[in-house]
Design a protein around this ligand. Structure first.
Ligand code: 13P
Length: 254
């Protein structure tokens, strides 16, 4: 069985004091064996504070990076190799808040994905359809297109270091998650798309779900055969709730 992965995406929340309190609460709440790999993605400016105190069992990630691999005159940008230098092991790319608010398209997301791999860091590729795309019957084609545009630009072996996150846009921050059946169907579709290129990679790649994951609904997702964890926004801002989601893995994937 693929080991579960639970990722906290803090988005643009937190202050230095919050980081210190959070890490203390998280460390204090960990007990026994941890049933999943854990990643915390704070706002970039707080990565130093986070990594200084983070227990060894938990890794740090960034929420985005530049598509440019080499240093250059790119004001405001941070490269994947700079994140690596800060102790980051992961970078989220293609989050829907960037695709939609900042108009990041599939080719930019693919360039970021490749830049993350080139820096020796691990990309978390977010995919997901809007409510309109789902209502008009295009959810599958939109999400497959988002995946294929990345797979077309990398060696398929690169996927061994990546994670795919299915996050339906309408489920993010809305309190309404996808149903477990809809999530399973989409994850299965994505895995089949990978299988067409590499049966081995399809077995190995972790596909995690995001969109209003809470302690109350986490078990329903973790029981699904093609859901390998969660990308958590709002509920990850509370260390206690995040830990409840983490330990839900232990009761559902047996
Ligand atoms: P919520 O868990 O707040 O719905 O956010 C999900 C998300 O966008 C994580 O990247």
């Amino acid at each position: 069985m693929r080991r579960a992965l639970i990722v906290a995406n803090w988005k643009m929340y937190g202050r230095r004091e919050f980081v210190a309190d959070y890490v203390r609460d998280l460390s204090g709440g960990l007990s026994g064996s941890i049933p999943a790999d854990l990643v915390i993605c704070p706002p970039a400016v707080y990565l130093g504070d986070l990594t200084r105190h983070l227990p060894a069992a938990i890794e740090a990630g960034a929420q985005d990076c530049s598509p440019d691999r080499d240093d250059g005159a790119y004001t405001g940008e941070i490269s994947a190799s700079m994140f690596a230098d800060m102790g980051c092991r992961w970078v989220i790319v293609g989050h829907s808040e960037r695709r939609h608010r900042l108009h990041e398209d599939n080719s930019l997301v693919a360039a970021k994905f490749a830049a993350v791999l080139a820096a020796g860091v691990r990309p978390i590729l977010c995919l997901g359809e809007t409510a309109e795309e789902r209502a008009s019957g295009h959810a599958e084609s939109v999400v497959l297109n988002q995946l294929e545009s990345v797979l077309d630009t990398i060696e398929i072996g690169g996927l061994a270091r990546a994670v795919i996150a299915y996050e339906p846009v309408w489920a993010i921050g809305s309190g309404t998650s996808a149903t477990p059946a809809d999530a399973q169907a989409m994850h299965e579709l994505l895995r089949h798309a990978v299988e067409r290129r590499s049966p081995r990679m399809a077995k190995e790649v972790r596909i995690i779900y995001g969109g209003s994951v809470k302690p109350q609904n986490a078990v329903g997702f973790f029981r699904l055969s093609d859901v390998d964890g969660a990308l958590v926004g709002g509920a990850s801002l509370n260390a206690g709730m995040f830990l409840e989601i983490v330990y839900a893995v232990g009761t559902s994937r047996v």
